[in-house]
Write a protein that binds this ligand. Structure first.
Ligand SMILES: N[C@@H](CCC(=O)N[C@@H](CS)C(=O)NCC(=O)O)C(=O)O
Length: 234
């Protein structure tokens, strides 16, 4: 068994299997990236649900692992040098797990960089812009009289979907035949945009061809289906 006692988060969310990767998350678009990746790789892990309703992500124990107060975060008991490693930021976690397992990140140097480029396109573009669209269309921002912020994020989200549409023209996945962490990072966000956020018509999703087909292919993967439900919501 690994000793995770130096991580205060394990006092509040104790590890039943301290030799497995500890995942602190919820099935949100950023959270499911890591649960899907863990399901795809087959790495053993133990999920812990972080209850936003109780602001668990802002507790001292959670902040000790992620000072930014957001899910997902992990502890790998078998990190580099066989020492435990705590990590936050979903993009960093995906890259870490890909390099740890040698899966879902091409070995060829140029293709590896291109995959990371598309991962960062999701992290810096799709995630923040779709998230703002959600705020102004579905959550508290709906009540704002000034509709310009909503219009801005709708326009930017449509533009980003257009970039993805062009990339996926003639490709099965973002990196051609290789299903990678770039797909894993992006699938949950596109699904969320047209599902939970209810923005399908707003972003004219049905005028696209390649993105919907790619989303369907991604959602057909059993590991994606499992990962979308992990951890169980409290
Ligand atoms: N850049 C971060 C963003 C994480 C993030 O925004 N997580 C959201 C859920 S999708 C969260 O924890 N929200 C709770 C809060 O902000 O209090 C990452 O990719 O890990």
């Amino acid at each position: 068994m690994s000793d995770l006692s130096s991580f205060p988060i394990t006092k509040r969310w104790p590890a039943q299997h301290s030799d497995r990767i500890q995942l602190y998350s919820l099935p949100t678009p950023n959270g499911v990236k890591v649960s899907i990746m863990l399901e795809e790789t087959g790495l053993p892990y133990e999920p812990h649900a972080i209850d936003f309703g109780k602001d668990h992500q802002k507790t001292p124990e959670f902040l000790s692992l992620n000072p930014n107060g957001k899910i997902p975060a992990i502890i790998d008991p078998n990190g580099p040098g066989d020492k435990p490693l705590g990590l936050f930021e979903s993009g960093a976690i995906l890259q870490y797990l890909a390099e740890k397992t040698g899966q879902f990140l091409p070995a060829d140097p140029a293709r590896r960089w291109q995959t990371l480029q598309w991962l960062h396109f999701q992290m810096g573009g799709i995630g923040p812009m779709f998230g703002q669209l959600g705020f102004f269309h579905k959550f508290a921002g709906r009540e704002y009289e000034d509709k310009r912020p909503l219009q801005r994020y709708v326009a930017e989200s449509k533009r980003l979907l257009g970039v993805l549409e062009a990339r996926l023209d003639g490709r099965q996945w973002i990196m051609d035949a290789d299903y990678t962490i770039a797909d894993i990072a992006t699938l949950g966000w596109v699904r969320n945009l047209i599902g939970f956020y209810g923005a399908r018509e707003l972003v004219a999703f049905d005028e696209l061809t390649h993105v919907p087909a790619w989303l369907e292919r991604g959602l057909a993967r059993p590991a994606v289906q499992r990962g979308l439900e992990i951890p169980k919501r409290p």
